[in-house]
Ligand binder design. Structure first.
Ligand code: URA
Length: 242
């Protein structure tokens, strides 16, 4: 008879540590103080093992679900930097709860301080590498507001390719639609520094508002307010059916 696959289990102290609830000493203190509940029961044995898949638990009354890797979607508001050591504005990481910061989530690519919209963050380094690799060509969609009217000529130049400083060859948009008198929807597959702003400047216009509405197969949900975040089930939500 075929053997049933064993569910992965972890010691309570290891699993809390892996989920970002603090150093080993802090985690031991939380358990000892009766601040960790699973299945409605206070758990005081740091060595007790639990099946981790989908495990729901509470730490200091805060409900949490076990995730082997963290992958979250944030609706980035303006006024936050995507850096861990921000220069002038607070870091987007401050919009996430401490356990996510503690386990080292980082943005997958960057948005400028004044750009709003869909930002992904993860502690999965391989996934960051995969999704930001120039070879992968993940499409990103930006809603662009300009200070001068947009026209067919600008659109054709963006699609045909424009020269940017430091780029040896023209950089082209994968898609470009005029969505208003001073509005464009641009799809880019690269992730170059200030790419939208520089491309729009190269065709003689100027970006006054920038919002990312899509990353790969993932669309920013209408019901996720600026500054709010949610878990994603896995990279499949971004890459779509393979
Ligand atoms: N392009 C830009 O110019 N800024 C962003 O934040 C993202 C893409």
């Amino acid at each position: 008879m075929a053997k049933k696959a064993e569910a992965a289990t972890q010691r309570l102290d290891d699993l809390l540590f892996s989920q970002g609830f603090g150093t080993r000493r802090v985690v031991a203190g939380l358990i000892d103080a009766g601040l960790v509940c699973i299945g409605g029961e206070v758990r005081r044995d740091p060595g007790e093992r639990f099946a981790t898949d989908g495990l729901a638990f509470e730490v200091e009354g805060q409900p949490w679900t076990y995730h082997a890797k963290a992958l979250v979607l944030l609706h980035k508001p303006a006024g936050y930097e995507c850096s861990q050591k921000p220069a002038a504005w607070p870091s987007v990481l401050l919009l996430l709860p401490p356990p996510l910061r503690q386990r080292g989530v980082q943005p997958i690519g960057r948005l400028d301080q004044d750009t709003t919209g869909l930002l992904l963050l993860t502690d999965d380094g391989a996934l960051i590498h995969r999704l930001t690799s120039p070879k992968k060509q993940v499409p990103k969609v930006y809603e662009v507001t300009t200070d001068r009217p947009v026209d067919e000529h600008q659109m054709q130049r963006l699609l045909g390719g424009v020269m940017l400083d430091d780029e040896p060859t023209p950089v082209r948009a994968e898609g470009c639609e005029i969505t208003g008198e001073r509005a464009l929807r641009l799809t880019l597959v690269q992730g170059k520094y200030h790419q939208v702003k520089r491309m729009v400047a190269a065709v003689g216009n100027h970006v006054v508002g920038l919002h990312r509405s899509r990353f790969g197969a993932l669309v920013l949900p209408d019901d996720l307010a600026p500054g709010k975040w949610r878990w994603l089930d896995g990279p499949g939500a971004i890459t779509g059916p393979q």
